[in-house]
Design a binder for this molecule. Sequence first.
Ligand code: KIV
Length: 264
Amino acid sequence: MTDLKFTPEFIQRMKGHQRVAALTAYDFPMAKLLDEAGVPMLLVGDSLGMVVLGHPDTTHVTLEDMLHHTRAAARARPRALLGADLPYRTYDTPEQALDSSRKLVDAGAEFVKAEGGIEILPQIQAILAAGIPFCGHLGMLPQHVLEEGGKYRIKGRDESGRNRLLIDAAALEAAGVFACVLELVTPPVAAEVTQACRRMVTIGIGSGTACDGQILVTHDLIGAFPWFTPKFVTPRVATGNLTKSAVQEWMQSLEAPTPSTHHS
Ligand code: KIV
């Protein structure tokens, strides 16, 4: 184990040489465990709204929620590059985007991520101009799930969807965005976007294998939220079931109270 610290520049240099593995971490122990496992990029994702806070989607997550969890993950002082999501409605204007990003950076985020392409370019430019590294998020945008009728729809299926993704990715790369999540993008289009980007690292989720890297919600990977697993994830361990069995074993191991102790 070296004491090398992962930076956005380092992640960019991995493009074309080594796949970038990225995972979500919402608290101190998970950030520490994943860091000790050697994961180079961690995200305090607003997916915590579902898998930690019990909301139906990410639109309920507040900036306060993100600051609380970012502070917890940052206390692990990971070698991994640690980023945080700008939650829903906290980046409607360039001023608001910068203010929210600065708060996340003060909480320990080393980059911020927000969902959208050219429609949020002024916000991205304001964040980058302040020296805060930015990670894009294109394709299926979970914060827009309600506008999409409550469905998480695959993107890039038709020509206009493909063109839109290529235009958005080009605009983000030209602005200086170091990496971009491609969520639920058809694998051929994700491959095309990856090829088209010379410097911006594409990080796929449910978008095939050709992206520069892959990101998953850690709870999906380790079966810690067994009530829902996305189709594209094969859990590597059933943490939820293991936990239930361990707790039941422990309960069975408890000694029955003796009647005399009980009534005294
Ligand atoms: O919120 C999140 O965890 C994310 C990743 C899954 C990309 O945006």
